[in-house]
Ligand binder design. Structure first.
Ligand code: NAD
Length: 254
């Protein structure tokens, strides 16, 4: 097991899916963790309970990260409760299972996607970075997607938001290197979570998804949390500005 003993981590979107798996794995690795939930307090309480079994400090905080003031409050809460901030995982995001041809993709849908998927990452990093700079160390891991690299027909707004996360991360990796802050992306392919559920539930949807994945199956949240842990750990001290693809080989045949 990779150790994060004594580290303080903030994970966004930790109440379910990839974020919840990350919170639990970080706790198992010895980290104290604060995570946000958007609406579902019960789900957050459940994650807290499971993660606390490992004996570290785990706390959740309600925040809509599409709103700058709430992102600020979340980072302040994490820093105040944990006393420092070593790791930020910017994971929260949305994807709409409905196909959106560009002709009908509305300005509102575009703006909402950019606000929740991209501006939220800027928002938490903007407030977390000064604390990491003061500590002269930090790890930032943003969750992008295969979609942000190869595009995704009828989901151009999602793809654009995830592609922008990659260039944001690459910019910050160069900018923050002098402060000993390493910044990377983990880019999942299809993962079995609430986000992908409706697509994977239909026979046609599942067939078309599996056809793009050489390993012949979708990923599990734990299989994304592992590479996130790696990027946040002492095993990755010379890795920055990278996109760690975790997709069962999907990009290779995309
Ligand atoms: P999920 O829907 O299960 O979880 C998304 C999380 O983001 C939830 O905890 C939710 O509360 C949080 N969130 C959503 N809107 C928010 C807001 N406005 N403010 C605060 N939190 C908000 O999905 P997931 O699959 O676990 O997704 C996690 C990340 O992985 C996302 O960034 C997603 O784009 C990315 N991803 C997922 C897949 C996949 O197939 N599931 C593939 C590639 C990338």
């Amino acid at each position: 097991m990779i150790s994060l003993a004594g580290k303080a981590a903030l994970v966004t979107g930790g109440s379910r899916g990839i974020g919840a798996a990350t919170v639990k794995l970080f706790a198992q690795a010895g980290a104290d963790v604060v995570f946000n939930y958007h609406r579902n307090r019960e789900a957050a309480a459940q994650v807290e309970q499971e993660a606390r079994k490992h004996g570290t400090r785990i706390e959740s905080f309600k925040a809509d990260l599409g709103k700058m003031p709430e992102a600020k409050k979340l980072v302040e809460f994490a820093h105040e409760r944990l006393g420092r901030l070593d790791i930020l995982v910017a994971n929260a995001g949305i994807w709409n299972d409905k196909d959106e041809p560009i002709e009908s993709l509305s300005e509102r849908e575009w703006d909402d996607m950019m606000r929740i998927n991209l501006k939220s990452v800027y928002a938490v990093v903007h407030h977390a970075a000064p604390r990491m700079i003061a500590q002269r160390s930090g790890r930032i891991v943003a969750v992008s997607s295969t979609s942000g690299q190869r595009g995704e027909a009828f989901h151009a707004h999602y793809s654009a938001s995830k592609g922008a996360i990659i260039s944001f991360v690459k910019s910050l990796s160069a900018e923050l290197a002098r402060h000993n802050i390493l910044v990377n992306c983990v880019a999942p392919g299809w993962v079995d979570t609430d986000m992908s559920k409706t697509t994977l539930e239909t026979k046609a949807g599942r067939k078309s998804v599996l056809g793009t994945i050489p390993l012949g199956r979708v990923g599990k949240s734990d299989e994304i949390a592992g590479p996130i842990l790696f990027a946040a750990s002492d095993l990755a001290t010379f890795v920055t500005g990278e996109v760690i693809n975790v997709n069962g080989g999907a990009v290779l045949c995309g």
